[in-house]
Design a protein around this ligand. Structure first.
Ligand code: FES
Ligand code: FES
Length: 166
């Protein structure tokens, strides 16, 4: 099948590649870019394990063609920590609050929570639960995931308040 040239920014780096028009974004990320953080849990847009951030929105990358991301800006779980390896507050939260068991849902969950906290930096528990409703976890019962996101919200708003005071 004829391939199409795509250009996009992925985790801050400019990417140019040839893709078949039928290639899903999740397959492009995993198989062509070797970004295997986003997982494939269902391939039917139910589980959210494949969630990435595309142009400021949480997107289930199994429901998007790679060509639809042409010209876009993407972030996957691989791009969430600082360049020096310092964990993002969400990653720290999941570690501190035991927000994972098998970890299969975790990359999508954290990437979704990243956008949730950008949209709503101080969410209530109900808003967190609603915000991650598109991401399924078969292990944890969600309680500690909610706590992990609360941990990150608190830490990030503390950092924001400190930055404003400086
Ligand atoms: S693999 Fe995309 S939603 Fe499950
Ligand atoms: S930690 Fe296992 S699916 Fe969520």
């Amino acid at each position: 099948m004829a391939k199409t040239q795509v250009t996009m920014k992925v985790n801050g780096a400019k990417i140019e590649a040839l893709v078949e028009p039928r290639t899903l974004l999740i397959h492009f990320l995993r198989e062509q870019l070797n970004l295997t953080g986003p997982h494939i849990g269902c391939d039917t847009s139910h589980c959210g394990a494949c969630t990435v951030d595309l142009d400021g929105k949480s997107v289930k990358s199994c429901t998007v063609f790679a060509v639809q991301a042409d010209g876009g800006e993407l972030m996957t779980i691989e791009g969430i920590a600082a360049a020096d390896g310092t964990l993002h507050a969400l990653q720290e939260g999941f570690r501190e609050m035991h927000g994972l068991q098998c970890g299969f849902c975790t990359p999508g969950m954290i990437t979704r929570a990243y956008r949730l906290l950008k949209e709503n930096p101080k969410p209530s528990e109900e808003e967190i639960r609603y915000g991650i409703a598109g991401n399924l976890c078969r292990c944890t019962g969600y309680q500690n995931i909610v706590r992990a996101i609360e941990f990150a919200a608190e830490k990030l708003s503390g950092a924001t308040a400190r930055e404003a005071a400086e």
